[in-house]
Every structure is written in structure tokens, then in C-alpha cells.
Write a protein that binds this ligand. Structure first.
Ligand code: PXP
Length: 244
């Protein structure tokens, strides 16, 4: 029997579109509920310290309304860890955060801040929240993740996704080796970042992969597949009728 691979849909960039205009739409929660209907196994939201996309209220509303479960991404700060404990998502993914970055550019440096990570993992475990650490496929980081007490890691696939065609295989081999090591150390292994319809299948086929977390490409694609209907609807509202 083939393994059951889970899809986590990240709706952060629906909120990005809302925040640039300060409107109430598009609502990431409404989109998350549609994603669940379409087969998302769970929903991911990243509450960033600068609140550039998802707001605390989005997380609270999603938690009330969703039919699957929440994977909340946060940085390791007291404020965020307290918020996670209050919200009580099934999963909490600890990520590094830099104010100036466009997106989460690299994995969490677990090896050089093991005590801090251990304390965060411990606090979330005590609240019955499963913790995953977003890391690069680096041997020291994988070992440190296992030492931290976390049961799950999520590998950063952005380097593979961004690599030029001639380097893709090297990055994929690196990911594959990372998966094998993490599995050997008893960790569940997920992956995400930069995955698209074009590049996801190679990662989905790696042995040991349990869940893939995908956001930006799905939100971007939904614009492409939805624009015709959106234009038709506004024409109709203007009394212009449909175009065949
Ligand atoms: N996993 C983590 C930990 C992330 O921070 C992100 C980006 O927010 C993703 C997965 C999804 O990446 P993308 O939006 O490129 O699909």
C-alpha cells in the first residue's frame, strides 16, 4: 500500500493581499475552509512578529471554524510561545524570523541555541502541542533537532526549489540523505517552502516524507485559475453581461 502523504495548505499570502489594501478581503480563513473542502489535510498559518500578513484574530477564527487542524508557525519568543499555548494548535512549527526577510529564508539554527529551543519544545509539549522544527538538511542541525526533544522536523526545500536545473539533483540528494538521517534518529520528517506543481513530485517521492507544507504557489495559482470568473462577475455587476 502506498504511504499516506499529507498536504498542509499555508494561507499566509491570502492575508498578504488583504493587508496591502487594509480591506477585510480576501479572508484567509474563508480560503482555508475552501482548501479543506478541496482536500487540504490541515491548514498552516504563520503569525509573524511584524504581523505583515496573518493577524492573531485570523488564527483564532480559523481554530473555531476549521474541520481539519491547525499547524501554527511561530518564532521562538515569549509572546509567540504564550500565544501558541493559548491557541493550542495540534502542531506548532518553530521557525527563524528576520524582520527584513521577504520569506523564511533559511532553517532554524537549533545547534547554536539548543537550550533556547529545548525550553520552547518543552513548554509546547507540556501544553500537548506537537512541535516541529523548520531546519535545513544539515547533519548538525538534524542531530540538534533530535537532541532538543522535538518529535518532528520540517526540511526547508527552498534551496532545492530555487536551484538551477543543473543543480537540482544535488539538492534533491541532499534532501534525501537528510530524510534518511532524521528518520534514523526517530524524527518524523515533513518538508516545505518553494514547492510548486512543477517541482513537488520529486520531493513527494522521497522515502520517509510525511507531510508537505505549500503556500505561495497555491495562492498564486488560484489567481490564475480564478481570474476569468472574477472578471465575469464584475462585468455582470456592471450590467455588461458575460463574454463567451
Ligand atoms: N514551511 C514553512 C516553515 C514556511 O515558513 C513556509 C513559508 O511561510 C512554508 C512551509 C511554505 O512555503 P511556500 O509559501 O513557499 O509554499
Amino acid at each position: 500500500m502506498s504511504k499516506k502523504l499529507l498536504l498542509g495548505v499555508n494561507v499566509d499570502h491570502v492575508a498578504t493581499l488583504r493587508q496591502v489594501r487594509g480591506t477585510s478581503y480576501p479572508d484567509p480563513v474563508e480560503v482555508a475552509l475552501l482548501a479543506e473542502k478541496a482536500g487540504a489535510d490541515y491548514i498552516t498559518m504563520h503569525l509573524r512578529e511584524d504581523r505583515r500578513h496573518i493577524q492573531a484574530d485570523d488564527v483564532l477564527r480559523l481554530k473555531q471554524l476549521q474541520t481539519t487542524y491547525l499547524n501554527l508557525e511561530v518564532a521562538i519568543t515569549d509572546e509567540m510561545l504564550d500565544f501558541a499555548v493559548d491557541v493550542s494548535p495540534q502542531d506548532c512549527c518553530l521557525v527563524p524570523e528576520k524582520r527584513e526577510e521577504l520569506t523564511t529564508e533559511g532553517g532554524l539554527d537549533v545547534a547554536n541555541q539548543l537550550d533556547l529551543v529545548k525550553k520552547a519544545v518543552d513548554k509546547l509539549h507540556k501544553a500537548n502541542i506537537r512541535v516541529s522544527l523548520f531546519i535545513d538538511t544539515d547533519i548538525d542541525q538534524i542531530q540538534a533537532a533530535a537532541d532538543s526533544g522535538a518529535k518532528v522536523v520540517e526540511f526547508h526545500t527552498g534551496h532545492y526549489a530555487d536551484a538551477p536545473a543543473e543543480d537540482k539533483e544535488r539538492y534533491l540528494n541532499n534532501l534525501t540523505d537528510g530524510f534518511a538521517l532524521a528518520d534514523k534518529l526517530g524524527l518524523l520528517v515533513n518538508a516545505g517552502h518553494g514547492l510548486t506543481v512543477e517541482n513537488v513530485s520529486s520531493v513527494a517521492q522521497i522515502e520517509y516524507v510525511k507531510e508537505l507544507n505549500i503556500g505561495h504557489s497555491i495562492v498564486a495559482r488560484s489567481v490564475m485559475v480564478g481570474i476569468e470568473q472574477a472578471v465575469s462577475e464584475i462585468r455582470e455587476a456592471m450590467g455588461l453581461g458575460f463574454v463567451n
